[in-house]
Design a binder for this molecule. Structure first.
Ligand SMILES: NC(=O)C1=CN([C@@H]2O[C@H](COP(=O)(O)OP(=O)(O)OC[C@H]3O[C@@H](n4cnc5c(N)ncnc54)[C@H](OP(=O)(O)O)[C@@H]3O)[C@@H](O)[C@H]2O)C=CC1
Ligand SMILES: O=C(O)[C@@H]1CCC=N1
Length: 275
């Protein structure tokens, strides 16, 4: 994968999501010498990546040596007010600012950045760390084709990219795919606990649940069939799966009701984080 750069790629915030993106970029050929991480305390996965790959790190955006091609902003939405002033000083006229913060609108960045700054708002997810993420993205009118290509190459190093033509949709993207991996991990946790209720020991039940969730995900990934067909392939008429699905797919209070309520709660929270 090639990255066309006129300056460094700066990652502001290398916590859980920032480190996942960074791992995806480096695995797909972004040269560590082209990366600068801005973190007050480099720790966890990001510190391990630095030990392995040796990219530079600064404590503050004001410490950057030159204007970046792109600043990927991966700090918590609640911390953004303290980041905006530094961001405004460090973005050059050719820098594209790409935020992945839940809820934070393009307009909130534009209010703090020099007029005409290119801003992309993106929502990735943590499978980015293994190149299997998916990101929804939308840019403002100042994003040039070259800047869009650069953002696309960084995002596609982490998995699939869906460009949106309406920023209003990004809270829904956040609720489905940004937060979505947590729902799947919760499924593995709850399946393992349910296995214990059915008589398995904790370790065996977790082994079965983990392999089932990851195996089913991989089958969905590789198969040409849709999820409905794959589900039906498991379900023998009058068999065990049908008995379980009659509970999960019951009309009231089934998985559909629960997941819809969960996704709408995430979407609402995204809006709140932005205001
Ligand atoms: N986690 C996920 O699955 C996803 C997260 N996101 C978005 O990514 C962003 C980061 O989330 P996540 O990685 O989970 O959070 P984390 O708290 O793990 O990461 C944020 C990081 O930013 C650092 N940071 C750097 N500069 C600053 C600063 N000036 N002020 C405050 N913090 C700073 C924090 O350092 P320190 O800890 O020392 O304060 C921390 O390491 C959020 O905006 C979130 O909405 C988007 C998609 C998915
Ligand atoms: O929980 C959050 O707010 C972030 C955004 C999407 C996933 N994690």
């Amino acid at each position: 994968m090639s990255f066309k750069l006129d300056g460094p790629v700066v990652l502001a915030g290398a916590g859980k999501m920032g480190a996942a993106l960074l791992a995806g970029w480096i695995a797909r050929g972004l040269q560590p010498r082209d990366v600068i991480v801005q973190e007050p305390n480099l720790a966890g996965d990001a510190a391990e990546l630095q030990r392995q790959h040796g990219f530079s790190a600064v404590a503050n955006l004001e410490d950057l040596p030159s204007p970046p091609s792109v600043i990927v902003v991966a700090v918590k939405p609640q911390a953004m007010d303290s980041v905006f002033p530094e961001l405004a000083k460090s973005a050059g006229p050719a820098t594209v600012v790409m935020s992945i913060a839940a809820g934070k609108s393009i307009a909130s960045f534009e209010r703090h950045l020099p007029s005409g700054t290119a801003v992309v708002r993106a929502m990735p997810n943590t499978p980015a760390a293994i190149g299997r993420g998916i990101t929804g993205a939308v840019g403002n009118a100042h994003v040039t084709e070259a800047q869009k290509d650069l953002c696309a190459s960084l995002l596609s190093a982490a998995g699939e990219v869906v460009w949106l033509n309406d920023e209003a949709l990004i809270d829904a993207v956040t609720a489905v795919s940004g937060s979505g991996p947590a729902y799947i991990f919760l499924l593995a946790e709850t399946l393992a606990r349910a296995g214990e209720a059915a008589g398995l020991d904790a370790a065996t039940s977790m082994q079965l649940a983990r392999a089932t969730v990851s195996g089913a995900g991989e089958l969905l990934h590789r198969s040409q069939s849709d999820p409905t067909t794959l589900r039906q392939n498991v379900t023998s008429p009058g068999g065990t799966t049908a008995a379980a699905l009659s509970v999960l797919m019951r009309e009231k209070g089934g998985l559909q009701d629960l997941l819809t309520e969960a996704v709408l709660a995430a979407k609402k929270r995204g809006r709140e984080l932005g205001s």
